[in-house]
Design a protein around this ligand. Sequence first.
Ligand code: FCX
Length: 396
Amino acid sequence: MRGLKAMLWEASVLDPNEGIRFHGLTIPDCQKVLPSAPGGKEMTAESMLWLLLTGQVPSPEQSRQLSAELAEKGELPDFVAKLIDSLPNTLHPMTQLGMGVAALNHDSAFQAAYERGIKKSDYWTHTLEDCINLIARLPALAARIYRNVYHPENSLLPVDKNLDLVGNYSNMLGFGHNEHLTEYLRLYIALHGDHEGGNASAHTAHLVGSTLSDPYISYSAALFALAGPLHGLANQEVLRWQLAMQKEIGNEVSHDKIKDYLWKTLKSGQVVPGYGHGVLRNPDPRFIALQEFCKSRPELQSSPIIQLVQQTAEVAPDVLKEHGKTKNPYPNVDATSGCVLHHYGLTEFKYYTVIFGVSRALGALTQLVWARALGLPLERPKSYSMDALEKLIKSS
Ligand code: FCX
């Protein structure tokens, strides 16, 4: 279905060569015009949310008001906290996130209103309420999963009403003291927010939402699409792969040694994680923006894992071109997103896709609001049996 134009997606458009634009704005445009958090430089998640939902750039005051609203709504209901606490810490964090998000539909305004009986033209208001509530609660849910799985000895901080969404997330993860990581998370979460409609997670939210499932269960389904290694789980896989490369190569890193490791991966029949894309045909501008972040900070420039990621990006495109299969031999965002988290101490790479999941809610959920406002129909493509396909080909 690559290249098949079959969806309406208002918030962002992905050009194969140029990359993503959010309501017409490139990533550098967004970095220039979207408000940052007090004391920070990077655009906030709520300013990206505002842009995606309304097509307008919020003022700093509007962005702050949205932060306050999200913080106000950010605590988890007790039963969801208990549900998450009851899960074994060996259960993958993405499975836990999907379960927690689905359980939050207990309080769905859309579902309650639908049961009461509402007009189709009113669906969107209740969808909007659910989407805002869900985005508000994601940091507390995701931080609880992190605490339970990796640091059960720590107590969880409550939502701080004075912080922005990502400031709170970082704080609840236990990294509130680390302003560098918090700023990186702001950039990461704004950048991963949307990537037009056809990617597997956003498309899943759209498909499930088209049955009038409420936003919680629609987004829960999307998270399980994101959890696949060809999609969001790639950022976990990249780090695992780069660390294995680092172990094998040792301290004497060279382009030749990286090249050998790349060929070893390809010859064993595996994909090189963090490279290739279903749509992009150039280096991903999200990759470039995260690399720029690394270049602007001396402590990141001297980090061995970040240097290895940068050197890999210099070598891999030629190797993939020579290999000859991949349509896009360039790095995607996942090639670099995890190494900065690792450098700043968030080293548990099985958790990385959860951060992606907190972010992708911005785009997938705002588009659900628009789908309900525009009365978009049930998505139901036609399929063929092999027999019917063969007949079709013979007759053409
Ligand atoms: N390493 C090795 N082989 C690759 C490759 C890679 N990085 N990328 C593509 N290929 C192979 C495919 O496996 C396919 O082989 P096949 O003909 O034997 O099935 C062939 O090249 C053609 O694939 P292509 O059309 O280029 O890519 P697709 O649209 O089918 O798939 C993804 C796109 C992203 C899934 C693919 O490039 C891939 O597997 N990359 C590695 C995983 C990854 O980084 N995923 C994250 C993507 C994204 F950024 C995100 O969603 O987060």
